[in-house]
Write a protein that binds this ligand. Structure first.
Ligand code: SF4
Length: 137
């Protein structure tokens, strides 16, 4: 049976995860645009979903690169990435230019950032830059 301390630790970990995801969503998509029909602007609109499903099979690296190259041109990439965090999208799907292991690593860095007494937002530099960002900048 689980002790009160173990239960408290699990609750604390869950709360930290939820807080980190909320912060990521704010950083990626402060306007909440994802609630609208952002998918119609997606660079992958005419691509097969299979293009973005990258598992451990052969050709993984090339497939991952192809998916990321498409995401890099996408005007709604940050919203897409926010959607992936919000919906805990399957690890093998590339969304917003990141596969599941990269999203997990990003989440881990946000959570770790809460432990630092003097901390800049940990993901400021890693949020993907798209071609449309560069056009605006
Ligand atoms: S970021 Fe990538 S997966 Fe997401 S909508 Fe754009 S092209 Fe599609």
């Amino acid at each position: 049976m689980e002790s009160n301390e173990q239960t408290g630790q699990k609750k604390s970990a869950r709360l930290r995860r939820q807080t980190a995801i909320a912060k990521i969503l704010d950083d990626l998509d402060p306007t909440g645009r994802r609630k609208r029909n952002w998918g119609v602007e997606a660079a992958c609109l005419d691509e097969s979903p299979d293009t973005f499903y990258v598992d451990g099979s052969s050709g993984k690296d090339e497939k991952l690169q192809k998916a990321k190259d498409i995401c890099r041109t996408c005007p709604v990439a940050k919203i897409c990435l926010a959607f992936a965090f919000e919906n805990d999208t399957h690890d093998y799907y590339v969304m917003g230019g990141m596969i599941g292991s990269e999203r997990k690593a990003m989440l881990g860095r946000y959570i770790a950032g809460f432990d630092e007494t003097v901390a800049a937002p940990p993901a400021e530099a890693e949020i993907i830059q798209t071609d449309s960002d560069q056009a605006v900048a």
